[in-house]
Design a binder for this molecule. Structure first.
Ligand code: ADP
Length: 607
């Protein structure tokens, strides 16, 4: 048995156990950010310590040589893994291509081969003899050229890693400098230890390098898992901070500037020193802004600022509080997002909408005037047709009477259409007004029924009435009430053949804050309205079946006008319908119209 107790075994053994635990821990948490590139480094250190510890416990030369050679698996792995870790950490992962990786591994693999075959050549070791005379066996050996190549290669990788960290340190804002310096210190430990070891000929009883790399490993592990060093991906954050177009300021609890990003420096062209200064000194161009938000810890709001060249800029300002690791308030994060283009688009849209509205009003005004102008000659046509009809009968020209009555019917129809266009134009132009008076609802209903009755009969319909309106007085715009009812009953008569039309009216005294009102229900057993059209029939120019227009006339304006009139009077209107079975319109009108309402505000548009 060539095993011999050696206190080194305990030291290295403990180091190995720590290393193994960190490795296992890192493996279990391998999905945390930054854990994966750290795993090969920790694996290398663990293999190195394990073989180093086992070797220290044996006296037999062959066994010791075996474990000495085993160490090299870790030795070649560590610098490469360290380099890869720093490259990924400092944001260079894109450059680590497969080709690059294969080139990087040529040297370590060659060294492993040379180490394991070193008894047959002197490329790695010129000679290596175990000196056991002093009690503790010590290797006496002389390095070959490959050893020096490997040393140079390893240091190049270690130094490159350190340079990458230093570069990152320089680029970083103060927030991250401390974190990177932890890594830098961790990186320097094995460096110094290894230089000491090599300077002493590499043959002291204990090789401190794996132990010092363990120190590095522990520091990184603490960074990754304890502090979320890599998890926070400082470099990525750094990039965001540096590259983002938004202006960012970090203030301490005394409102002094801790840090600002390049966007800040670019936009806020301030000549004074920035960091460490009270915010009011740096933002002296905007004293109002500073005083308004001095004590605001949390806000999202739009603000406007005048720039030096006198243009106005709009920003979305967001302020949020910052807390340190112990949850103590430590300052504020202020962000300004430029929304000037958005505001400009908004204002352009507003302008075009206003222009469109103005054009629409002009159109409505034009239509209103035109319709009015058309009505005057039409009145003459209707009037003279009536007169000539009468005179023709007296003068014995009865054969032309049917032609004359056709002229009269067409002219009346045209008059109705022009009337509707005039009404809707006036509503759209906001020029429709209420002419209020006291009147008897019963008289209105009688007039309406008289007007509609011929149409009801013409289509073979039956009219059922149920009118319970007590005194039946109303204070409203009589003509408009009449027009609404004529339209609803007229539609019922128009869209029903050989069916039933019923008119229910009842008086509802004031209750629960609502004033006295009349409830109308106009039902028919006609063709009904398809579901998809129910929402649009109150919009101007909408007809369920436009082919119907050709057969029965109509403009699709009646309901739109009635709906608007109803709104103006302060009433409500809605419809229920089953296709093929019939339609019911419900209308509620106040008995006494309160405040005058102008039209044009709530007009639903077609389409
Ligand atoms: P129109 O001049 O075409 O009658 P309205 O605005 O009065 O215009 O009505 C719009 C459309 O709503 C009508 O064309 C018709 O398709 C539908 N409609 C209205 N009332 C009824 C009803 N009682 N039964 C079936 N369809 C109706």
């Amino acid at each position: 048995m060539n095993w011999q107790f050696n206190p080194l075994v305990i030291v290295i053994g403990i180091a190995f156990l720590i290393s193994l635990s960190v490795l296992v821990y890192a493996w279990r948490r391998r999905n945390s950010h930054g854990a994966r590139p750290f795993l090969p480094l920790m694996l290398g250190i663990t293999i190195w310590l394990l073989s180093n510890g086992i070797e220290a416990g044996f006296t037999n030369e062959t066994t010791r040589l075996f474990w000495n050679n085993m160490q090299y698996l870790g030795i070649v792995m560590v610098p490469t893994a360290w380099f890869l870790f720093t490259a990924i950490y400092t944001g260079h992962s894109k450059r680590i291509t497969k080709k690059f990786l294969s080139l990087l591994f040529i040297e370590p693999i060659t060294i492993i081969i040379l180490v394991w075959t070193s008894q047959w050549h002197q490329i790695f070791r010129q000679y290596m003899i175990l000196n056991t005379t002093g009690g503790t066996p010590i290797w006496e050996w002389a390095p070959g050229p490959a050893f020096w190549v490997h040393t140079i290669y390893s240091y190049t990788l270690l130094i490159t890693g350190v340079i990458l960290l230093i570069q990152a340190y320089m680029r970083s804002s103060r927030l991250y400098k401390r974190q990177i310096s932890v890594l830098l210190v961790g990186a320097l430990v094995p460096w110094i230890a290894n230089i000491v070891f090599i300077a002493r000929g590499g043959s002291s009883t204990i090789d401190p390098t794996p132990l010092s790399f363990l120190a590095t490993g522990l520091m990184i592990a603490w960074g990754i898992f304890g502090f979320g060093l890599v998890e926070i991906a400082p470099i990525a954050r750094e990039r965001v901070f540096e590259k983002i177009n938004d202006i960012i300021l970090i203030l301490d609890d005394q409102n002094r500037i801790i840090d600002v990003n390049p966007a800040f420096r670019q936009r806020i062209k301030s000549n004074v020193r920035i960091t460490g200064q009270p915010v009011e000194n740096v933002l002296e161009q905007w004293p109002d802004l500073v005083s308004k938000f001095t004590n605001v810890n949390h806000i999202e709001t739009a603000i406007s600022l005048m720039t030096e060249d006198g243009t106005e800029k709009h920003y979305q300002l967001s302020i949020s509080p910052l807390y340190d690791a112990k949850e103590r308030y430590s300052g504020r994060l202020v962000m300004l997002h430029d929304i000037t283009p958005l505001k400009e688009t908004e204002s352009r849209l507003r302008q075009s909408r206003e222009a469109a509205e103005a054009a629409n009003q002009a159109k409505s005004a034009f239509l209103a005037t035109m319709s009015h102008e058309l009505r005057t000659p039409l009145a003459a046509i209707i009037g003279y047709s009536e007169l000539i009809t009468e005179k023709s009968k007296v003068w014995g020209y009865e054969n032309i009477v049917p032609y004359l009555s056709q002229i009269e019917t067409a002219a009346r129809h045209l008059n109705t259409i022009i009337g509707e266009i005039l009404d809707i134009s006036k509503i759209e132009a906001g020029r429709m007004e209420l002419i209020k008076s006291d009147f008897s609802l019963q008289d209105v209903l009688d007039d309406v029924i008289n007007t509609i009755y011929p149409l009801i009969e013409k289509n073979g319909n039956q009219l059922l009435q149920n009118i319970q309106i007590q005194s039946g007085t109303m204070y409203a715009d009589k003509t408009k009430v009449q027009q609404i009812l004529i339209n609803l009953l007229g539609n019922a008569a128009k869209f029903t053949k050989n069916g039933q039309i019923s008119l229910d009216v009842h008086y509802q005294p004031a209750n629960n804050g609502s004033s006295d009102s009349y409830h109308f229900k106009i039902s028919d057993t006609g063709e009904g309205i398809p579901n998809e059209k129910m929402d649009v029939i109150f919009k101007p120019f909408v007809q369920v079946d436009s082919s119907y227009t050709r057969k029965h006339g109509g403009t699709g304006l009646g309901l739109a006008i009635s709906y608007q009139f109803c709104q103006m009077i302060g009433g409500e209107m809605h419809v229920e319908s089953t296709l093929g079975q019939g339609t019911t319109f419900y209308l509620t009108l106040p008995a006494k119209v309160a405040n005058e309402q102008k039209s044009g505000d709530k007009l639903p548009t077609a389409g």
